[in-house]
Design a protein around this ligand. Sequence first.
Ligand code: FEO
Ligand code: CA
Ligand code: CA
Ligand code: CA
Length: 627
Amino acid sequence: MKDIERPELSWDEWDELKDPRPEENDFDAVVASAMTRRAFMGRVLAMGSGAAVMGTGLLNTTSAQAQASNRFAFTPIPIATDFTIHVPEGYSWAPVAKWGDPLFSDAPAFDPKSGVTKDGQARAFGENTDGMELFNVNGHEIIAVNHEYANTSQNLPLTEGEVTSADDVTLLQNAQGVAVFEVAETDGVWDIVVDSPYNRRITHTTPMAIQGPAAGHDLLKTEADPDGVLALGTMNNCGAGKTPWGTYLTCEENFNGYFGSTDEGFERSGEFARYGIGLEGRYAYEKFDARFDISKNPNEPNRFGYIVEIDPADPTSTPVKRTALGRFKHENAATAVAPDGRVVVYLGDDERGEYLYKFVSRDVYVPGGDTSTLLDHGQLYAAKFNDDGRGEWLALTPEATGMADEAEIAILTRLAASAVGATTMDRPEWVAVNPVAAEAYCALTNNRNRAVKANAGGDETPVNGPNPRAENNYGQIVRWYPESDDHAAVDFTWDLYVMAGNPTVHDDAYAGSDNVNEGNLFNSPDGMMFDSAGMLWIQTDGDDSNEDGFAGMGNNQMLVGDPVTGEIQRFMTGPNGSEVTGITWSSDRRTAFVGIQHPSAPFPDGDGSLARSTIVAIKRDDNAIIG
Ligand code: FEO
Ligand code: CA
Ligand code: CA
Ligand code: CA
């Protein structure tokens, strides 16, 4: 059943193809490969020194598991390798929004063979659904969702995936960005409310204000925007976040891949190399839209790679790029409010050997107060994990980094984190903050370069505490406990919640931690969100070959983890070829909305249709709360 392959490379594969890292192995990769599984587990537990502080390390998993297994309200399901979705008995799923579904009645209907028109795409649900949040606005259920990137073989079927014209580029630009739209439930079935006044498409050309320290900086000025304060579009929107004041945070991840040069002799700077901005864009934008041609507009890429704040309650509002939260391949933005009212935003940079960050606002959040500049002033930090189970957030200041000012740190954040010696990580994907305990989790999805190659800045990536395996193809989830239960604190302790692995194939560290077993095998954790009860929903974006080291893992999936016991159970399996990414709940918590990104055809419309990224609604058959 593997005859239908997704032709597109993943973004990390594409990046490394265009920008190969040096091949030399400077590191002692022997360390991890020599580690037996028992020794590894001893190491994890040793790192969680002071079990009282750690609360619930992996040590007590087995006994606590038995006591608390009723926290799972479902019977776990087996893996799948087919082209549809599976959920536990007593649950059902149904599509809510599919690529090409009109948000407005003036958009033409989706054509199963030709897809969507260029203009219709700007009025319809976009491609590659990813991070999302639901907002209740005046009693209306409003979903804001990212359309991360394009799948040209599906989006441009008439040219067999080739980008051949300015119109093709416009179509792709309109298929990406963000959608905001109302949904409503009738007799248990959720649908888009076509023509709702809340509906909105944000694309690669929507005007965006630039605020925070980088606004107006010389590096952000272009011919079209000589003041450096108004960008066009948001790109490669990956994970998301929600502020306590009801706005949506969308995260610009692999923005580098949209730029290229029509001048083959253009010499890129070291900063461009660090961010992976090269001479050939992934979708040939530079050939048809000069804004993306770095030989003509060398500052344009500096206007991407930020967190963008969108007000889902006002479709006429101008989205704002919040430069104080730094510029890198932003995965998601997980917010917390510190005891003193300051706002904390956790941020991952998803590339091999890059860093984990957090922002702490200068001003405090006052419910009902002015929040228009709360995310413009504050301190950005990068995480340093020590092998003894402690860690600290390193402030990225001009003094600590040797950089000119806050603006330069906001624009060239990766260089700042390198300068202070933060810990190189195994591709930080989503961060999730537990609403019922003072702790946060980050999915470190995988890193085949760990202890093999340096990161793009030349920082070495030896095995270290939270990234303890060389050539790590499985991934892990690290969690930390801020000092004094204060997410704004500089110090923290940490441990590993889970190391994914395959105990049916390996008997060393690659078997995974004790809470991984034959019944819940998975690899490459990515999307993560806590539900209202403090259970952790984990989505995967990994190798779904079901072969060799990945045998027994099946398609990408969604699992639920109990932070207290460490127990993890499989809740859902996605269609073959897809990534399961993005989860949010209806206001009554009786529906979970889950994203299926880049499925292989024939999902979900059956034979003869192009493949369509889709948001599905999952409900319990008894309509009870599911998260
Ligand atoms: Fe868009 Fe790092 O996933
Ligand atoms: Ca992701
Ligand atoms: Ca991923
Ligand atoms: Ca993806």
